[in-house]
Design a protein around this ligand. Structure first.
Ligand SMILES: *Cc1c(COP(=O)(O)O)cnc(C)c1O
Length: 371
């Protein structure tokens, strides 16, 4: 039997998402200990104490299905974000919500637009749905930050067939961002028959006066969907919980394809507690700010080109095919992220770690690049 011929054409062309290498895998492969993983933009401080306590309590009830509607968390998020609970869609990570969007709005005969070097889940979700991915070239550095989203180029890709435009602000893996006026102008320039997903997975880290909070625009643009996550600044990546905010009508459509109980009860409880733990969030953001400066200055001092980032990671140019540097860093016990699949074959992406981890990384990089 030829299983391949049975699989849908849209699925046959897919290559699986490549996650950062897990610590346990490298331990097995190399038989080494004390591995540092700076590969998946996780919070190096870990979860906050309030989230952890809430999750532990929730474990006692793990024989019960979670609240499939996520009532308590939606109520807490609604207060926190000043929106209505009916505008919120909870997901098994925000990736889940991106998939729901693709499931509802993308399919054969229609298109999704996103930028070159944009988050890998956009092409995956688009292709899996059988829609056509239209990739806009990124800025070349002459009219905007090199490697960043070029909204003019993206606008030029929008046609009557475009159902969804995906924008990551800031973007992963480039760490580039779009300002308020620029993104607002883009929203205004589009027909309201084109959905715009503004993925704000790294929103909490950004500290720039002109940085937009796309939630402010929901009343003006019924076609807007904003996604956020507890995986990054809130330190709950392992729980898999994120959400979108949109019009209640859009949320209703997403809810039709959402799997029942797509978010576990410990995740719901941990997220609710994490929202209250502003101290942990502030510590995380502050630590990141310092670490981002250390890494950026570290690259500059080593005359390595890097992409200035506002996220919790930096992409740097290794000056050669990055695979050998990646492998050599692994042998030093440091896991970073190759980004060749993002059209950046010479770059590696490193997540901001604890101060000592950042130093270990820079030290290992020196050793590897000197070899
Ligand atoms: C990490 C990330 C996400 C969030 O993924 P989760 O499924 O919420 O863990 C979404 N978008 C971008 C751009 C990311 O880098």
């Amino acid at each position: 039997m030829h299983i391949e011929s049975l699989a849908l054409p849209s699925i046959r062309g897919l290559t699986p998402y490549q996650p950062g290498k897990p610590i346990s895998e490298l331990e097995r492969e190399l038989g080494i200990r004390d591995i540092i993983k700076l590969a998946s933009n996780e919070n190096p401080l870990g979860p906050g104490p309030l989230a952890l306590a809430a999750a532990r309590t929730a474990l006692e009830s793990c024989h019960l299905y979670p609240d499939g509607g996520g009532f308590e968390l939606k109520a807490a998020l609604a207060r926190h974000l000043r929106v209505e609970p009916a505008q919120i869609t909870l997901g098994n990570g925000s990736n889940d919500v991106l998939e729901l969007i693709a499931r509802v709005f993308l399919g054969p005969g229609v298109e999704a637009v996103f930028s070159e070097h944009a988050f890998a889940v956009y092409p995956l979700a688009t292709q899996a749905a059988g829609a056509r991915a239209v990739v806009a070239p990124a800025h070349d550095g002459s009219r905007g930050p090199r490697y960043g989203h070029d909204l003019k180029a993206m606008h030029a890709c929008v046609t009557p067939l475009t159902r969804v435009v995906f924008i990551a602000n800031p973007n992963n893996p480039t760490g580039t961002r779009l300002g308020q006026a620029e993104l607002r102008g883009f929203m205004e320039s589009l027909p309201d028959t084109t959905l715009v997903v503004v993925d704000e997975a790294y929103f909490e880290y950004v500290n720039a006066p002109d940085h937009p909070d796309a939630l402010d625009w929901l009343a003006d643009f019924p076609q807007l969907i904003v996604t956020r996550t507890f995986s990054k600044a809130y330190g709950l990546a392992g729980f898999r919980i994120g959400y979108s905010v949109s019009s209640p009508e859009l949320a209703n459509w997403l809810n039709r394809v959402r799997l029942p109980f797509n978010v576990s009860s410990p995740a719901l409880e941990a997220a609710r507690a994490a929202l209250e733990d502003t101290a942990h969030l502030q510590r995380s953001v502050q630590l990141n700010r310092e670490g981002l400066a250390v890494l950026s200055e570290g690259f500059a001092a080593r005359k390595l080109d890097y992409i200035p980032s506002v996220g919790n990671f930096v992409c740097f140019d290794t000056g050669r095919a990055a695979g050998t540097v990646y492998d050599a860093l692994l042998r030093e016990g440091i896991i970073v992220r190759p980004v060749a699949n993002y059209g950046l074959p010479r770059h590696l992406r490193v997540t901001v770690g604890l101060p000592e981890q950042n130093q270990m990384f820079l030290g290992a990089l020196d050793k590897v690049l000197a070899a």
